[in-house]
Design a protein around this ligand. Structure first.
Ligand code: MF3
Ligand code: CO
Length: 249
């Protein structure tokens, strides 16, 4: 059952989501060769707490940190630790916050210093794919119109869409129905209605879409160890159309 949100609830979700946006803006300034993912995590936890919110991932199914930090071939759910970033890396940073009973969830993938042309094209295409999906979030469309738009953009660029992880509804819980695959058939799935709030989150591999989970039980990597990127926004459908709650205007 999809839980539609009132305009009031959407404003609460915006507050939670904008804390995440601020964390991701600050992280952009911190990212440089030599900083560890643990330092990024500590900084983010402090900022979220200072805003009176709670890190959404910390303790979720036993997850030990505030951020997921996924470097190079890591797709999602990399655990912050003593690893130092180095020039040429790409790093996906995923963050969630809980404020006044509502969740916000967003992710970006950043370059560390100068990166290869292939890596920068991967970041660009993944972010564009997210926005292609967002633009399909309108009344009268169906859920898989979003999925198909994302898949089409990614595959036209010669990259592949990860199957094993999907976007999701979000609200009083971090994960609510519906699941939002990043691949699918247009004009299928539930009709999109006003009050729908989704976390759209394409994960894109430069090579094959298959993934595997490392022995830490969390870190997902591309099976062929090709580079992978991830962008995510929390997006509401209102009577004005789509509204990106995790983007500060
Ligand atoms: N953005 C991810 C998701 O929506 C973050 C979950 S990570 C976890 O599923 F650690 F909390 F599981
Ligand atoms: Co999410």
């Amino acid at each position: 059952m999809i839980i539609l949100k009132s305009p009031d609830e959407i404003e609460k979700m915006r507050e939670a989501s904008l804390i995440v946006a601020d964390v991701l803006d600050e992280i952009e300034k911190l990212i440089e060769p030599g900083i560890t993912t643990e330092e990024l995590d500590r900084f983010s936890e402090n900022l979220i707490m200072k805003r009176g919110a709670r890190p959404a991932f910390l303790g979720y199914l036993g997850y030990p940190k505030t951020l997921c930090t996924s470097i190079n071939e890591q797709v999602v759910h990399g655990i912050p630790g003593p690893t130092k970033l180095k020039e040429g890396d790409i790093i996906g940073v995923d963050c969630g916050a809980l404020l006044n009973g509502y969740f916000g969830d967003s992710a970006r993938t950043y370059p560390v210093g100068r990166i290869s042309d292939e890596a920068s094209r991967l970041l660009c295409v993944t972010k564009e794919a997210l926005f292609k999906g967002i633009k399909e979030m309108k009344e009268g469309n169906r859920l898989h119109d979003i999925s198909a738009a994302i898949q089409n953009h990614v595959e036209s660029a010669g990259f592949s869409v990860v199957r094993q992880f999907v976007g999701h509804g979000i609200g009083k819980k971090m994960h609510e129905p519906p699941s939002v695959p990043n691949y699918g058939t247009p004009h299928t799935g539930p009709l999109l209605e006003k009050g729908l709030v989704l976390a759209l989150e394409p994960m894109v591999n430069a090579g094959d879409y298959n993934i595997e989970i490392l022995d830490d039980g969390w870190t997902a990597v591309s099976k062929d160890r090709s580079l992978s990127a991830h962008f995510e926004h929390t997006v509401a459908l209102t009577d004005q159309g789509y509204d990106i709650l995790s983007l500060r205007m």
